[in-house]
Design a protein around this ligand. Structure first.
Ligand code: NAD
Ligand code: IPM
Ligand code: MN
Length: 353
């Protein structure tokens, strides 16, 4: 098999960590008998500052023809907020209808969780974040902008179609995992959107008698994710709640340098896109201090999506094996540079150890 992968290193530490993902994916291909053909795309804040372009239509059309996209991170200081995030990252998620943002929260052995006495057995869940609707659609307006009586509105859009498809995806994952699905929302306050989400979960649950369903308000989710992560198996939630709780999840699992994600079009009409949960980390760029493990684990999720299951497991195991050997999960005291970690992971994938 040959896979066409589009690579968007992006900004800040994005290209630094993506380079390590590519090493891992290529070595895995050599070991498991597939080839990856890579096409690099220069997109992000740096290109925007240079050329004024965010995502030319012709580039988007090329991206569409790939089997999957690997993305590092985007966001550059000096570019107004939203230009790149909305114009590139969210545009790709929306236009390629990557309606599932799958974000595992998994504590690997030896990872420095800040939670006292937390063990890997107690922390293994996946967040299924709705990825095309909610507060992210950009529906809103100003009235009387800059005046003393200014009003800014920002609406959350929730369609039955959009909610149902992501809820079904979450139930399917729960069947393959430990058979528990938790809806995370704020139904006690967001009585329209929350009501729709709860009704859809209840309706779909009838088709999945083997899955136990549960509900938790998003504020309490933040409490339980820290105190009792073992409560959760699959958590389904809307776009904004999913964004917020997965940074908390990243902290629980040992840091932003460890949290992976996939933006999936489960129907495979468009390429899915894999990226670390973290951003461009402008505070540590160019130092070799960025932990590439989140990006490498996203590469494993990509191969899993493409059906290269053994390769995905081999990458995950090799990346996980390095965690206990690091001084910290990113920063000056990591003990190895970004590159050294990438080389070590690649070596272990090749060795099968
Ligand atoms: P961030 O995730 O870039 O950084 C938050 C903190 O985590 C920083 O202290 C950073 O040093 C640390 N960190 C991030 N990645 C790390 C890694 N691999 N290893 C070690 N430490 C790491 O979030 P932010 O500072 O809020 O955002 C910076 C920019 O990134 C913004 O422009 C934002 O919009 C953008 N962003 C992009 C994405 C994406 O491309 N998917 C995601 C989040 C934020
Ligand atoms: C993420 C990021 C993005 C989001 C931003 C950069 C648009 O925070 O992938 O978690 O909010 O989804
Ligand atoms: Mn985020």
């Amino acid at each position: 098999m040959t896979y066409q992968l589009a690579v968007i290193g992006g900004d800040g530490v994005g290209p630094e960590v993506t380079t390590q993902t590519l090493k891992a994916v290529q070595v895995a291909g050599e070991r498991f008998g597939f080839t990856v053909e890579l096409t690099n795309y220069d997109l992000g804040g740096s290109r925007f500052l240079r050329t004024g372009e965010v995502l030319p239509e012709s580039v988007q059309a090329e991206l569409a023809s790939h089997d999957a996209i690997l993305l590092g991170a985007v966001g550059t200081p000096g570019v107004p907020p939203g230009v790149i995030e909305r114009g590139l990252l969210l545009k790709l998620r929306f236009d390629f209808d990557q309606y599932v943002n799958l974000r595992p929260v998994k504590l690997y052995p030896g990872a420095p969780t800040p939670i006292k006495d937390l063990t890997p057995e107690r922390c293994d869940l996946v967040v299924v974040r709705e990825n095309t609707e909610g507060m992210y659609t950009g529906v809103g307006a100003f009235q009387n902008k800059d005046g003393p009586d200014e009003v800014a509105t920002q609406e959350s859009i929730n369609t039955r179609h959009g909610v149902e498809r992501v809820v079904r995806y979450a139930f399917d994952r729960a069947v393959e995992r430990r058979g528990k699905l938790t809806l995370c929302h704020k139904t006690n306050v967001l009585t329209y959107a929350g009501d729709l989400w709860q009704r859809v979960v209840d309706e779909v649950a009838v088709e999945y008698p083997a899955v136990e369903t549960d509900y938790v308000h998003v504020d309490a989710m933040c409490l339980y994710l820290v105190t009792q992560p073992e409560r959760f198996d699959v958590v389904v939630t809307d776009n904004l709640f999913g964004d917020i709780i997965t940074d908390l999840g990243a902290a629980v699992q040992g840091g932003m340098g460890l949290a992976a994600s996939g933006n999936l079009d489960p129907e495979r009409r468009h390429p899915s896109m894999f990226e670390p949960v973290h951003g461009s980390a402008p505070d540590i760029v160019g130092r070799g201090w960025a932990n590439p493990i989140a990006a490498v684990l996203s590469g494993a999720m990509c191969l899993d999506h493409l059906g290269e299951y053994e390769a995905a497991v081999a990458i995950e195991q090799a990346a996980a094996s390095v965690i206990p050997e690091l001084g910290s999960m990113g920063g000056p005291d990591m003990g190895m540079s970004t590159n050294e970690i990438g080389d070590l992971i690649a070596e272990r994938i090749a060795d099968g150890g």
